[in-house]
Design a protein around this ligand. Structure first.
Ligand code: HEM
Length: 753
């Protein structure tokens, strides 16, 4: 993030624009729909299309064969002031079909009607078979050069800057599903390197459900909605999921992570990412090192509470998508450090007894520290969701010299699956030529023709050997930058078997459980109890309890109690792994940049203080949202949320500038969250609800002026942890920010069982 208060200057820019165009209601927060505010009346004067907003760009302009075109991005956007057909013919009317008289039949001759409807009929393409719901951003990766001794990959040399495109996703839901469901998140990065495209297609969970890719259709069929009723959408809390994972116990470790707070991230900006598999790095001398990739967010790893997540799914189903785009628009560019754990490339491919080819196992950071090798920053929003975020095609097999795969059988299936699925999803074999997928390195393949061929190839000899095209293209050995696989010996019987080490399904889930703080353990118990509680079949619940018994007796007992079932005994001895403190999210302090602070105020408050606090929030690199009884302006400040539109879950912390009386619309028939009973001297009941929720979700609450009255009506003790009441608004804010650095007021959650 830049040093000079990026959010403040971005907001000021918006305020200037708004002041210029006279639309105060659009001021202040990222998220306005376009680069210019609209006029009240429909514009009639022909003009060129509006420029994109300053935070938005399309893909860099490379030709379908990877040559920089030097063209401005305008060259691929629509141009000209007038409506045209797809052939560039200007059109006088797109509102009426061509008819034989105003009441006559429509004429087949109407080429515009046919073209418009034909194109509309084909606007949807198949969604991704998994990870359908996602959001993405452009950015840059700057290499520290610290991996240059173990890999010859050019983009990992010291100081090299590589453009990237990153897409975050959920796994189970459809394209239109909500963001904050309990699920694994995808974290896929496309590096446009000078040696061709490299994709690191990872998740926010370091292990996977299955050890062999041949089981992928099984786990996904179990997790997706039931095939008869197609419910439930985007969640694992149903019988088929738990039926599968309780039988297929190698899924236990991944499932444990899903049931932890990692399954409900606060923001894409606050998630770790993992390459999951072990990869093999190769240096210029041909020496190899085994590595696991990690993305470490600068803002720390933070999660929602389960109740928040569920409320947000209704209040703002685009919560994560909006959060990422708004942060980038406001200049609070999210950053992650790329790190690697390194292991000697021995024939056993084991490290400290952990099988490096088993994707259900981690190597604790305490055994192999994560060494930083570069910094990722996301700093541009896409200018068109479909063209970029939807059409991007990641592939675990997009490798560059210096990075090779291992024999992990999960990875092997992925190396086939991505290209295969994209053939259908993107309508033919030429999807590498879609602008967002184009390499930034020259492409000279001998692939020809096919649906949507964008390149205009020259020559007559797309075959090898040839003499008619002068022998071109020529093969490149390692010395010329060719990708040469590591020449490892391979031998063995042909079998359908897993190695013996893959049979340990419980020691690492137990390691994870033992690494959690008491409050995180409570959340895990709650999540298992919720998910299994939503299953219909007792047998499925009982079977999963047997799995939990093999992880930990307390976990099993507590979940069994919630389900009203007896807790079974373990079927095998419990391992005693050393905890890995690095796995816990609790107990440290993190930057608060980009956090959302709600400031509740009305005309009865000292608006001078409210203004000063709002400025101080901006100065701290956070986003202040003024919450007032009605829209428009509060003094000189634009109101972003009203008591009707606001809900506590939007805010990371809440400030109360006083005790607002009930707004004019504060009666149940208008706004059900107001309730009906408003005794004299009441605070607006929606503000009271907001405070109750913020308190329950263990977020910081600050107040000055008459704010104590709100706390009283919400039943929140003034002395409770994480509640700051004072005379001086700015001092209250400073205290609140200090609390926010720990993400939540953890001690406010009830003590562990
Ligand atoms: C370590 C295990 C895995 C990880 C980390 C992973 C990660 C991902 C991610 C992040 C995406 C979304 C990419 C995007 O944003 O467009 C994705 C999509 C996909 N994955 Fe995986 N995946 C894993 C295992 C598998 C396996 C075993 C298979 C199949 C055998 C598979 C097949 C697919 C398919 C078909 C897509 C959709 C791709 C598209 O339509 O472009 N994945 N995966």
């Amino acid at each position: 993030m830049s040093e000079s208060n990026p959010i403040k200057s971005a907001v000021e820019k918006v305020v200037d624009t708004v002041a210029h165009h006279g639309h105060p209601e659009k001021a202040e927060i990222p998220g306005v729909p376009n680069s210019e505010p609209p006029s009240l009346e429909e514009p009639v004067e022909p003009r060129e299309p509006l420029a994109p907003k300053p935070d938005q760009t399309g893909p860099d302009t490379f030709s379908p064969t990877g040559q920089p075109t030097g063209a401005s991005q305008d060259a691929v956007a629509q141009g000209g002031a007038f409506l045209t057909s797809a052939q560039g013919v200007r059109l006088p009317d797109t509102d009426h079909s061509l008819k034989a008289g105003p009441r006559g039949p429509v004429l087949l001759q109407d080429f515009h009607l046919r073209e418009k409807i034909m194109h509309f009929d084909h606007e949807r393409i198949p969604e991704r078979v998994v990870h359908a719901r996602g959001s993405a951003a452009h950015g840059v990766f700057r290499s520290y050069g610290t991996a240059a001794n173990i890999t010859k990959a050019a983009f990992l040399a010291e100081g090299v800057e590589t453009p990237v495109f990153v897409r975050f996703s959920t796994v189970l839901g459809s394209r239109g599903s909500a963001d904050t469901v309990r699920d694994t998140r995808g974290f896929a990065t496309k590096f446009y390197t000078t040696e061709g495209v490299y994709d690191l297609v990872g998740n926010n969970i370091p292990v996977f459900f299955i050890q062999d890719g041949i089981k992928f259709p099984d786990v996904i069929h179990a997790g997706k909605p039931h095939p008869d009723r197609e419910i439930p959408q985007a969640q694992s809390a149903h019988d088929t999921f738990w039926d599968f994972v309780s039988l297929h116990t190698e899924a236990t470790h991944h499932t444990m992570w899903n049931m932890s707070d990692r399954g409900i991230p606060r923001s894409f900006r606050m998630m770790e990412g993992f390459g999951v598999h072990t990869f093999r790095l190769v240096n210029a001398e041909g020496a190899t090192t085994l590595v696991k990739f990690h993305w470490k967010p600068k803002l720390g790893v933070h999660s929602l509470t389960w109740e928040e997540a569920q409320l947000i799914n209704g209040v703002d189903p685009d919560y994560h998508r909006r959060d990422l785009a708004d942060a980038i628009e406001a200049g609070a560019y999210p950053q992650w450090e790329l790190g690697i754990q390194t292991f000697p490339d021995t024939p056993e491919q084991m490290f400290e007894g952990i099988d490096l080819l088993d994707p259900t196992k981690i190597v604790p950071e305490e055994l192999a520290p994560v060494q930083p090798i570069g910094l990722l920053e996301l700093n541009r929003n896409p200018s068109n969701f479909f063209a970029e975020t939807e059409q991007v095609a990641f592939h675990a097999g997009h490798l560059v010299p210096g990075i090779d795969v291992t024999d992990d059988p999960l990875l092997a299936a992925r190396l086939f699956s991505y290209l295969d699925t994209q053939l259908t999803r993107l309508g033919g074999p030429n999807f590498p030529q879609i602008p967002i997928n184009r390499p930034h390195a020259p492409v000279n393949d001998m692939l020809r023709d096919g649906f949507h061929q964008d390149a205009v190839h020259r020559g007559v000899a797309p075959y090898r050997p040839n003499s008619l095209d002068g022998g071109c293209p020529f093969q490149a050995g390692a010395a010329q930058g060719g990708y040469v696989e590591v020449p490892l010996e391979v031998s063995g019987r042909k079998v359908r078997e897993a190695p013996a080490s893959y049979a340990d399904h419980f020691s690492q889930p137990r390691l994870f459980w033992r690494s959690m703080s008491p409050v995180e353990k409570e959340h895990i118990i709650d999540a298992y109890t919720f998910e299994l509680g939503k299953c219909y079949e007792q047998a499925v619940k009982e079977r999963q309890l047997r799995v939990l018994a093999n992880i930990d007796p307390v976990l099993c007992r507590e979940v069994a109690q919630g389900l009203g079932l007896p807790a079974p005994e373990p079927s095998e001895p419990l391992a005693e792994p050393a905890p890995s403190p690095a796995l816990s999210q609790v107990g440290r302090e993190w930057p608060t940049a980009g956090r959302i602070i709600g400031i509740v105020a009305d005309d009865s408050c000292d608006l001078g203080v409210v203004g000063a606090v709002r400025e101080a929030v901006l100065a701290a690199g956070m986003v202040p949202l003024i919450v007032a009884p009605k829209g428009g302006m509060l003094g000189t400040m634009p109101v972003q949320r009203t008591f009707l539109t606001a809900r506590s879950v939007e805010f990371d912390a809440l400030l109360l500038a006083g005790a607002p009386a009930p707004g004019k619309d504060a009666f149940g028939a208008r706004d059900a969250k107001a309730g009906n009973l408003l005794p004299d001297g009441s605070v607006d009941p929606r503000v009271v609800l907001m405070v109750m929720e913020v308190y329950r979700h263990a977020k910081a609450i600050g107040g000055w002026g008459t704010a104590a009255r709100v706390l009283t009506q919400a039943g929140v003790p003034e002395q409770a942890p994480g509640v700051v009441v004072g005379e001086d608004g700015e001092q209250v804010l400073r205290e609140t920010i200090r609390l926010l650095a720990a993400h939540r007021v953890w001690e406010r959650f009830p003590p562990a069982a």
